[in-house]
Write a protein that binds this ligand. Sequence first.
Ligand SMILES: [Zn+2]
Length: 446
Amino acid sequence: MRRLYACLLTLFLAVPAFADNTTSPVKPVTIVHAGALVDVVNGKVLKDQMIQIEGERIAKVTSWAPGAMPEGATLIDWSGLTVMPGLMDMHTHLADSGQSANVLAPLEFTAAESVLQGVKHARQTLRAGFTTVRDVGAWRAFNDVALRDAINSGIIEGPRMAVVGAYITVPGGAGDVTGQAFDVEIPKDLHFGVVRSASEVRERVRTLIQHGATFIKTLATGAVLTSGTHVGAQELSEEEIHAAVTEAANYNVYVTSHAHGAKGIKAAVRAGVRSIEHGSLIDDEGIALMKKHGTWLVADIYNGDYIDAVGRADGWGDEILAKNEATTERQREGFRKAHAAGVRIAYGTDSGVYPHGDNGKQFVYMVRYGMSEMEAIQSATLSPAQLLGWEADVGSIEAGKFADMVAVKGDPLKDISLLEHIDAVMKGGRIIKSEKHGTATGGADQ
Ligand SMILES: [Zn+2]
């Protein structure tokens, strides 16, 4: 049934990304009294606002007027807080067991074990204020689809997810399981996206979309954390990435590319990907090319420090630490230059490399490397909505969109580090976490 539904989804391209869960003709009305509200569309902060929510969506936003409160409405008093749209992280790995010293870690867990760990990661991410994420790949194919579907059907708590199903990668490449002896057989779901030609890319892309992928992840170069791969080396060819782009486009689906090295970045941009993940060793030509094509940059500029500290302490291996060292500062400088040049940037952190729920730690880095506080907030709200094509549903606090919002004490436009500890979270009009009332469901969890 789910398979049929997924097929139907691909046939009807105009279908919305989400179906509203509220079916009752009379939708419950909630009023949020926001002491301050970050208007990311106009880049300003409004004082003392009244947000009217009907069911899962925002009905209107006006100046605070207690007399205008509809009868029977529930009031949420966030008058002492700064309210912002729900945060969005465009590079997460929720449906996996996480990074460790062991390069063969993907082999330690079954798909069921991995996705059940994903349940915890989804909850931690949502409670950290990230109400929408892209999951850019799980080792076990379709774990991310299962997690997304469980969240959407209300079985478990988590952010709205865009998912890829599996990594499209060359054999032994950044998205393959590596490090084992050459004659060890790897289960099918651990190398589902391994391809050897452009025609295999097309076939795999179709299968991923049929089985629920929202977008396609290609691996254009080696990776810091995949043993035996080289960050500077191109893996998938421009022709293969282009095959993914054109095939996915038949289903109105876009492609992103993991790319560290300058050559791989440029090949992916020329091939027509919508976003570049990491972009660590980008050069001036690559920046100009991204600007020209309108390609999004999703640069995970926080976790290099985490890998260096924890990876060193836990013995992640010289290969990983050396590659991390070679990319961390170069990536940050590339980020600074790309931002200055006007490349479109969306917030993405590579959660799973560092503990889920710490997604907010990248904000201070983005400000340190050239963004204003407002730009950093926009990169994690308005911009990801545009990258996803979900502007009608998420990304700002405006009438018609889902009531996904977060609130913090203090002014994040003066101190962006406040976003590392979100005080209150609402998703689809439902309180997930509240500073006054504790957590809405279950116990405390960070
Ligand atoms: Zn990643």
